[in-house]
Write a protein that binds this ligand. Structure first.
Ligand SMILES: *[C@@H]1O[C@H](CO)[C@@H](O)[C@H](O)[C@H]1NC(C)=O
Ligand SMILES: *[C@@H]1O[C@H](CO)[C@@H](O)[C@H](O)[C@H]1NC(C)=O
Ligand SMILES: *[C@@H]1O[C@H](CO)[C@@H](O)[C@H](O)[C@H]1NC(C)=O
Length: 405
């Protein structure tokens, strides 16, 4: 059984597969002006970006793109599509899907959760990255990306890839937090989403986004399999979360509860294995390829109390979302056509919308609810699996609510 699973993701794991590790392997986001107006949308000061903020209609929408696996564009074939779909299918189909998703959802932020390029098949990493992110860049919408385990397998190192990404147009991606001198990985950063312009929350982050480098492969000989989120990263998260929580609760207008946080990275945590079909929404069609060791990040997030959902990729055939102790653990499902997938099972993407509480007519407060759904790359970009992730009144308790699409 493990052999079958392995072969289904052979491309993901092939680097690591010595005879010893096979069994265990299986246990195993200044974009400033974004929305519209080309006029009046400029960098405010040198090196300073306008914060992300909720729209005048009280919503903030994030499109998650997981596992594009971009390689060399037009000449790179699609994997795992129906025989009738093979001809004329390439990385360009992945780009086309991004364009269509952006058009359909008009997100406020696009987040790419790693394996943006499939390094082994990308002849030139910089060129492949440029092409992979081109639809996001040309949309003018701010975007952010983190690394997967395949991004460094071409002509650039992990640091090189993340530096390249952070230098691209309209991205809010950062190499690492400037205030920290030592942190594991590349692409650990956070973004604040401020309240509606003109509201009492215009200078305050009412939704916090955290991005992590979940590594590639273990470098510890006695630990097989994938990398994990290290203590240095968790320590940075703890301090950042604490700073944000204090600012939110202390500064006017002072708040009693903390602002919700959303976390994005590539490799699922071991806790993604806590569910079965009775308690998640979506599907699980392959094993959870988390690291073989648990580095405690889930516990760290629970302790901080602000994180309401975690969004990963990595396992292309899993697209579920389940609530474990008030934190939703969510996959996006495979997006790219040069990524393993399942013929006949559409490539897909996850959308998350946070909605503000309306205090009175045209006056918006803090985040009231967070919802999610997915869209399939079919003719109609069919929306599926709408669900509520969090709502203020439920203070993070699980709710089995169906979201109208
Ligand atoms: C890939 O794109 C081509 C050109 O637009 C299109 O004809 C084809 O149906 C697409 N294939 C898939 C699998 O979506
Ligand atoms: C937010 O900051 C701007 C610029 O400093 C200021 O003009 C505005 O009054 C502030 N808004 C609130 C609600 O504090
Ligand atoms: C999901 O349900 C299964 C039993 O069907 C149970 O073993 C598991 O603990 C549940 N998980 C969560 C997170 O509630």
């Amino acid at each position: 059984m493990e052999a079958t699973l392995l072969s289904s993701k052979g491309r993901k794991t092939e680097l690591q597969c010595s005879s010893i590790c096979i069994g265990n392997l299986l246990l195993v986001i200044g974009a400033l002006c974004l929305r519209l107006v080309p006029t009046g949308c400029m960098v405010t000061e040198v090196g300073q970006q306008k914060p992300l903020r909720f729209r005048k209609d009280g919503e903030f929408k994030i499109l998650q793109v997981a596992d594009m696996h971009y390689a060399d564009g037009k000449i790179t074939p699609c994997l795992d599509v129906l025989p009738s779909q093979v001809a004329g299918c390439s990385d360009l189909n992945t780009s086309s899907f991004i364009h269509r998703m952006i058009e359909a959802e008009k997100p406020d932020l696009i987040v790419f959760t790693g394996d943006n390029i499939f390094g082994l098949d990308a002849t030139d990493a910089a060129k492949s990255l440029n092409e992979a992110f081109a639809p996001a860049i040309s949309s003018g919408i701010p975007w952010a990306a983190v690394l997967g385990n395949h991004d460094q397998e071409s002509t650039l190192s992990r640091e090189g890839v993340m530096k390249h990404i952070a230098g691209l147009k309209n991205t809010l991606s950062k190499l690492n937090p400037p205030e920290i001198h030592v942190i594991d990985g590349f692409g650990n950063y956070n973004l604040e989403v401020h309240g509606v312009e003109g509201s009492g929350f215009e200078n305050k982050s009412v939704l916090n986004l955290y991005f992590f480098d979940s590594g590639d492969y273990s470098t510890v000989p006695s630990i097989p399999g994938y990398g994990w989120i290290k203590p240095s990263q968790q320590f940075w998260f703890q301090r950042t979360s604490m700073r944000l929580r204090r600012a939110y609760m202390r500064n006017p207008p002072a708040q009693r509860a903390v602002a919700p946080g959303l976390v994005y990275f590539h490799i699922p945590l071991p806790e993604f294995a806590s569910f079965d079909s009775s308690n998640f929404t979506g599907v699980k069609q392959e094993g959870i390829s988390s690291p073989s060791m648990n580095s405690g990040f889930f516990t760290t997030m629970l302790e901080s109390g602000d994180v309401k959902a975690v969004f990963t990729g990595h396992d292309h055939l899993n697209d579920f979302c389940g609530d474990l102790m008030g934190i939703n653990l969510c996959y996006a499902g495979g997006f790219g056509y040069h990524a393993y997938g399942k013929a006949g099972w559409s490539r897909r993407a996850r959308v998350v919308v946070a909605t503000l509480e309306k205090i009175e007519k045209d006056v918006w407060g803090t985040v009231k609810s967070i919802k999610t759904w997915k869209r399939l790359d079919d003719r109609f970009l069919t929306g599926i699996d709408g669900q509520a992730l969090w709502s203020k009144s439920s203070s993070g308790r699980r709710r089995k609510e169906i979201v109208a699409l």
